[in-house]
Design a protein around this ligand. Structure first.
Ligand code: 9G3
Length: 566
């Protein structure tokens, strides 16, 4: 490839709204351009990288016997009505009408479509197990698209769907997919962790894992034990717990304290000169529109996913101030578990085990002290309703829990028969009985991988693409294209690499050397050969993008440096 003929519009500056480093570099290196919020064009170099990610994914999917197909993006609304999901998703599901006024959705995922297909084509146990996959554009009208390809409204996903005859066979399929994912994320050069996750709205009946690329820009928080044996998304993460032995101390009766305008835990700590851990934090939620009060220790955070799962609900949201006032009789900040009626009371086991504490009095400007769980209030449900926190031990006792930010690049689910029953993906088993296929679904964010890799592989000058993804293996830069000796040697090397089947980018532009070096740093091709003043002697300067040192050597040696590395 010759740069003078390629569209690689590098930028000196990134637009101000590019917050993530990956977004900044991908814009400046001329890999992507935004067409609309969350909607991107892949320019030639960016598309080369995207194709390489797809090829790696295809190789690993084909290796485990998954069959590639391509499903439509236009999905009839009826399918989503049959699965019952048409009304579960709000504005995030992009809906449209065709010329006959028939309703469609632009596919955000394809459970309904693939299950309908299999329902029509599979009828015998002899056809199973079967895993089908596609690499296709997904549409999700995110409320806040951001960070470039990390959270787009139109993005490329590999989504696979498996159909098995039993949960045991699904376990085999799931394990094969899990290991294929590990190979894929290793090959694309990501530092990742597979973590236990929560199935969320997709509802599966079985386990689910997310593959998280470690990055500070990541929206998820993952929790990993010191030896790595335990790893979970914070939504699901548990911690070591053992009931403390009660001291049996006599606790004075609960008594009210006037705490004018003391709303927050910090204000309470100052007012009572106490640690946050002595307070009972009571938050009011609506779970499927029913009022629920959750009580956790003052220094903990409520885990809404755990609350939702404990109640088997569909939707959870923090109650508005007005509702809190109506429900507790007090402004926000004075809610407490005692004398709270008409509300389900969920108490974290840590609070339930405390002999006494300080809580809101359900009266504005008042708190109560010496409140004792069991004596002064009775929980409807006691359990683990809090986020794991620094200092917690792993639930398997394997040391302290550590916290990282992560970018979700993959997600695998054991779905069970939720979709196959609703959409009729059934088969006749050996005994001639109709059985619903046991399903799994498996996603990889193809376009998101570009950003995750760029986040993990960049420095202050630009990106540093791992060899498997780089748009070329070597970047040849004649310092001055006007200098005949430099141009000649550069062209010889360029042809030599091409003849050897090595992907090479030649910067044959009539530009100052400094500009070319800056662009080379931005684009991040692993090896760089500068043809400069020593060209006449057949000598060049060799440099790896990931290292600082430059070495003068013969053109032949430089050629060998690249071919040996490849
Ligand atoms: C929707 C919209 C957004 C969505 C979904 C449906 C996420 C939805 C979960 C999944 C589950 C798996 C197959 C590949 C792996 C992930 N966001 N999910 O179902 F209508 Cl608007 O997509 N699907």
């Amino acid at each position: 490839m010759k740069q003078s003929q390629l569209l690689i519009p590098t930028l000196r500056e990134a637009p101000a709204d590019a917050e993530a480093v990956s977004h900044k570099w991908m814009l400046r290196a001329g890999l992507i351009r935004q067409l609309a919020s969350g909607v991107y064009t892949y320019l030639p170099l960016g598309f080369r990288i995207l194709k390489k990610v797809q090829e790696i994914v295809r190789e690993e999917m084909d290796r485990i016997g998954a069959q590639e197909l391509l499903l439509p993006a236009m999905q009839p609304a009826e399918l989503w009505q049959k699965s019952g999901r048409y009304d579960v998703y709000g504005p995030e599901l992009i809906r449209l009408k065709d010329r006959h006024d028939r309703e469609f959705a632009l596919g955000p995922t394809h459970e309904e479509v693939i299950t309908t297909l299999v329902a029509g084509e599979v009828s015998s146990y002899r056809q199973l197990p079967m895993t089908l996959y596609q690499i296709q554009t997904k549409y999700r009208d995110e409320r806040r698209p951001r960070f470039g390809l990390l959270r787009g409204r139109e993005f490329l996903m590999k989504d696979a769907y498996s159909f098995d005859r039993s949960w045991e066979e699904l376990d085999v399929t799931y394990r094969a997919m899990y290991e294929a994912y590990s190979r894929i994320f290793t090959r694309v050069g990501l530092n990742f962790r597979a973590v236990q996750a929560d199935a969320g709205a997709i509802g599966g009946e079985g386990e689910t894992h997310e593959f998280m690329a470690l990055a500070d820009i990541g929206e998820d928080t993952i929790v990993v034990s010191e030896n790595g044996d335990y790893a979970a998304n914070l939504e699901k993460a548990e911690m070591f717990w053992e009931e403390p032995t009660p001291s049996g101390a006599q606790i004075p009766p609960m008594s009210q304290i006037h705490t004018p305008n003391i709303h927050s835990i910090d204000q309470l700590c100052a007012f009572f000169d106490q640690e946050a851990s002595v307070f009972f934090k009571t938050l009011l939620y609506l779970v499927d529109d029913q009022p629920v009060a959750v009580v956790v220790r003052g220094d903990r955070e409520v885990n809404e996913t755990k609350v939702l799962n404990a109640l088997g609900g569909e939707r959870i949201e923090l109650a508005e101030a007005g509702f809190v006032q109506k429900c507790t009789g007090a402004e926000v900040g004075f809610a407490g578990p005692a004398n709270l009626s008409g509300v389900r009371l969920l108490v974290d086991r840590e609070v339930q085990a405390m002999e006494s504490g300080i809580a809101g009095a359900n009266q504005t400007d008042y708190h109560v002290e010496h409140i004792q769980p069991g004596r002064d209030f009775t929980a409807d449900l006691v359990g683990d309703f809090r986020n794991a926190a620094e200092g917690d031990l792993s639930p398997d006792g394997s040391g302290k829990l550590k916290f990282y930010r992560g970018i979700e690049v993959g997600h695998v689910f054991k779905l069970g028969t939720k979709y196959s029953e609703k959409l009729g993906a059934e088969y006749l088993d050996e005994g001639g009985r109709r059985q619903a296929a046991i399903m799994g679904c498996y996603g990889i964010g193809i376009s998101r991988i570009l950003s995750a890799v760029a986040e993990q592989h960049c420095d202050e000058n630009g990106m540093i693409w791992p060899a498997e993804l780089a748009p070329a293996a070597v970047h040849i830069i004649p310092a001055s294209i006007k200098d005949e000796a430099q141009r000649k040697l550069a062209m010889e090397l360029y042809e030599k690499f091409r003849a050897a089947g090595i992907e090479v980018l030649l910067d044959d532009r009539d530009e100052r050397a400094g500009v070319k070096f800056k662009d080379a740093d931005l684009i991040g091709i692993p090896h760089r050969i500068v043809v400069g003043r020593e060209a006449a002697e057949g000598r060049v300067e060799f440099k790896r993008r990931a290292e600082d040192d430059k070495q003068s050597m013969s053109a032949e040696e430089a050629f060998a440096q690249v071919t040996d590395a490849d």
